[in-house]
Design a protein around this ligand. Structure first.
Ligand SMILES: *[C@@H]1O[C@H](CO)[C@@H](O)[C@H](O)[C@H]1NC(C)=O
Ligand SMILES: *[C@@H]1O[C@H](CO)[C@@H](O)[C@H](O)[C@H]1NC(C)=O
Ligand SMILES: *[C@@H]1O[C@H](CO)[C@@H](O)[C@H](O)[C@H]1NC(C)=O
Ligand SMILES: *[C@@H]1O[C@H](CO)[C@@H](O)[C@H](O)[C@H]1NC(C)=O
Length: 182
């Protein structure tokens, strides 16, 4: 048997003022007198506290991929979770998202990320003691082929594509002029 705290007090009561969550655990009570052997009882003290979000990581996901936003909260009793995009509440199985809650963490899963999915999401963790929330961003992954190119590159490309037809034109004109001589 393990217990986390050991108070040695004599009397019928142990008063713990301003209990903290670290003081949850097993306590042992021993009653004895001169006549019989001491009677020992274990008792479990549970300290309830409102959730605090310990993990809320923003992620970057490309269009067409599976995306996951994660939220983790410490709370007693264990927290229930809700997800929002801006002010709109999200529901499991609707709009291409799945909400998976496992113990102290919740995942918002996108089956297939689209442009419209990018944005600011809110994870709300709550229990009977209170609630808290955190913002998590789903960022887009920029495709390197769409990175803007320098003006020099664009000019070179346009000049190259223009010079080919114009030299062809010149060649045709020269041939026509040559043929016209006869
Ligand atoms: C994801 O969505 C796009 C656009 O709606 C579609 O073209 C693509 O096939 C989907 N991919 C998967 C794996 O469902
Ligand atoms: C969440 O639960 C896991 C596994 O039970 C534990 O290791 C982790 O410390 C917990 N996190 C918080 C914030 O309570
Ligand atoms: C996301 O939304 C929250 C709450 O509305 C706001 O405080 C936060 O600044 C936003 N984050 C970004 C990156 O826009
Ligand atoms: C998040 O928390 C803030 C501050 O407590 C509150 O004003 C806001 O309404 C909460 N947002 C949601 C979606 O619960």
């Amino acid at each position: 048997i393990g217990w986390q705290f050991f108070f040695v007090t004599e009397g019928e009561y142990v008063e713990i003022t301003s209990i903290t969550k670290e003081q949850s655990g097993e306590y042992e009570c021993i009653s004895s007198n001169d006549v019989s052997a001491p009677d020992v009882r274990m008792l479990q003290v549970t300290v309830n506290y409102p959730p605090f979000i310990s993990k809320a990581r923003s992620t970057r996901t490309a269009v067409g991929q599976r995306g996951v936003l994660q939220c983790e909260a410490s709370a007693v009793p264990v927290a229930a979770f809700e997800w929002y995009k801006e002010d709109r509440k999200l529901f499991n199985g609707l709009n291409g998202v799945k909400i998976e809650n496992k113990g102290n963490h919740s995942m918002l899963i996108f089956f297939n990320v689209s442009e419209e999915d990018y944005g600011n999401y809110t994870c709300v963790a709550m229990n009977k003691m209170g609630n808290t929330n955190a913002s998590i961003i789903l960022y887009g992954k920029r495709c390197p082929c769409l990175e803007p190119t320098g003006p020099g590159t664009i000019n070179d490309v346009s000049r190259a594509s223009l010079s080919q037809p114009s030299s062809l034109c010149l060649l045709v004109t020269l041939i026509v002029l040559y043929l016209l001589k006869f």
